[in-house]
Design a protein. Structure first.
Lengths: 118, 114
């Protein structure tokens, strides 16, 4: 069965600290996509990154970086030098190609609430 | 470009009443999705429209929920009659054509059934 686990419910850091948000997934498919979304206090879900199952290259975008490891079924997200504006709930999600009937059928983790204190 | 808009942002109704949520996707996005997050749980898929057709409604919890997408533009999600367990945040999302296009989500509608 497909599943996404974000074991960290809440994380609190002080500004400028680095923080890593963990994401572990389960899937029966060999072709799938992984996503991270950010939900700031305003409520909307903001797309951050998409990674397909054939591309294990790590990605860096400014202070954000993602580490995808198929061997451990993990897709972790690191924020370097965190800022107060990074405070939000972060969701990891999985989308399988065929199972579920729809490419948009995202399976979400429960989310990790990140609080960055000044 | 306007994002996905949802109305209302909050709704408080009594058990047994009817509520209709509306979603306006990004212009030109044929794919429209409804998701729901019940308190303390994961965000769960409800259904997917391609234009005006229901592509996948496997996530709809029961027949008290009815989704429509008139003319392939905006969509409504009606809950009738509402139950306590329907409380949560209902998200709408849209995406362009193309494989695995990222979903653009709205701010959600917080529904409270008392």
């Amino acid at each position: 069965a497909q599943k996404v686990t974000q074991a960290q419910t809440e994380i609190s850091v002080v500004e400028k600290e680095d923080v890593t948000l963990d994401c572990v997934y389960e899937t029966r498919d060999t072709t799938y996509y992984l996503f991270w979304y950010k939900q700031p206090p305003s409520g909307e879900l903001v797309f951050l990154i998409r990674r397909n199952s054939f591309d294990e290259q790590n990605e860096i975008s400014g202070r954000y970086s993602w580490n995808f490891q198929k061997s451990t079924s993990s897709f972790n997200f690191t924020i370097t030098a965190s800022q107060v504006v990074d405070s939000a709930v972060y969701f990891c999600a999985l989308s399988e190609r065929n199972y579920g009937g729809s490419q948009g059928n995202l399976i979400f983790g429960k989310g990790t609430k990140l609080s960055v204190k000044p | 470009e306007a994002g996905v808009t949802q109305f209302p942002s909050h709704s408080v109704i009594e058990k047994g009443q009817t509520v209709t949520l509306r979603c306006d996707p990004i212009s030109g996005h044929d794919n429209l999705y409804w998701y729901r997050r019940v308190m303390g749980k994961e965000i769960k898929f409800l259904l997917h429209f391609v234009k005006e057709s229901k592509q996948d409604e496997s996530g709809m919890p029961n027949n008290r929920f009815l989704a429509e997408r008139t003319g392939g533009t905006y969509s409504t999600l009606k809950v009738q009659p509402a139950e306590l367990e329907d409380s949560g945040v209902y998200f709408c999302a849209s995406s362009q054509e193309g494989v695995w296009s990222p979903l653009h989500f709205g701010n959600g509608t917080r529904l409270t059934v008392t």
